[in-house]
Design a binder for this molecule. Structure first.
Ligand SMILES: Nc1ncnc2c1ncn2[C@@H]1O[C@H](COP(=O)(O)OP(=O)(O)OP(=O)(O)O)[C@@H](O)[C@H]1O
Length: 260
């Protein structure tokens, strides 16, 4: 499936009917194939927003459309063909091999009780190669390192061939080389991506747009070089932040200090 646009309008969420909202009314759009970074301090509401996007829980207010379809008007199976997620600290099913976990990504595309088709196996092969997982294909996931497991969960989501891919801190656990590989993968996918990140330099490098949250309230939305000002970053993260441009790459580099 090709990438689709994502339209999020006035979504909010609170635990329980009478609970205080942990995400207040938030709206944004991501063009098909665009990369949106969701940024903010611990407890800002990033994972809460992402849970709404991958249809884990419905918003208390507002709506989410993928390619013009309200995600709650689709069946769970149809939604899973459009949206995949890679979550923080996701526990894969121990006892299954890497190949079996990645194969699970094809489930929403198969008729009930049917086995893998030739096309499914070709897609799985490509994904294993792309994530350098071929040598681990027959290992029990329970025996993998944290970083290897993280790559398996990315592979399973890619095998799902979604239009929108939601990633919650995907570079956790990864060494520098594998972080760079995931970043380059994210940039090269023909999918609409929503990714929560703690590394502002990485966000500046890979995101077309960023959404900054604090205490459940949106603080800014737009291209990183206009949103991530020293003032906004300092206020949001309660630090003294300063952004420089590295030469010759022009990449952003933030430095931080505790305020006096
Ligand atoms: N089911 C829930 N019940 C009660 N509070 C919740 C629930 N889910 C989230 N919260 C609260 O909502 C706030 C936002 O949590 P969330 O996990 O979305 O933050 P986050 O920005 O992803 O944080 P982090 O960077 O630490 O992962 C937190 O205070 C959290 O305790």
């Amino acid at each position: 499936m090709r990438a689709a646009d994502l339209a999020v309008k006035d979504v909010s969420w609170a635990p329980g009917k009478s609970g205080q909202p942990v995400l207040h009314s938030t709206s944004f759009t991501v063009a098909a194939g665009g990369v949106l970074g969701v940024l903010g301090p611990n407890g800002a509401g990033k994972s809460t927003l992402l849970r709404l996007l991958y249809r884990f829980q419905p918003p208390q207010t507002g709506s989410i459309h993928v390619g013009g379809h309200n995600i709650w008007s689709l069946s769970a199976r149809a939604a899973a063909r459009r949206i995949a997620a890679v979550l923080q600290e996701q526990t894969p099913s121990f006892g299954l091999t890497v190949l079996e976990i990645v194969r699970l990504g094809r489930t929403p595309h198969r008729a009930a009780f049917s086995s893998s088709s030739r096309k499914d196996e070709q897609i799985i092969d490509r994904v294993l190669d792309r994530l350098s997982l071929r040598p681990l294909a027959h290992r029990d996931v329970g025996t993998l390192s944290g970083g290897e497991r993280q790559r398996v969960m990315v592979a399973r989501a890619l095998a799902q061939e979604p239009q929108v891919l939601v990633l919650d801190e995907p570079t956790n656990h990864l060494d520098i080389r594998h972080q760079l590989e995931i970043v380059s993968l994210i940039r090269g996918l023909n999918m609409t991506i929503v990714v929560s990140l703690h590394d502002l330099n990485m966000a500046d490098g890979i995101c077309d747009e960023v959404l900054v949250l604090k205490d459940g309230y949106p603080q800014g939305f737009g291209p990183p070089n206009t949103v991530l000002t020293d003032y906004l970053v300092s206020k949001t993260f309660r630090v003294d932040a300063q952004r420089e441009r590295l030469t010759p790459s022009g990449a952003a580099h933030f430095s931080f200090a505790l305020p006096n």
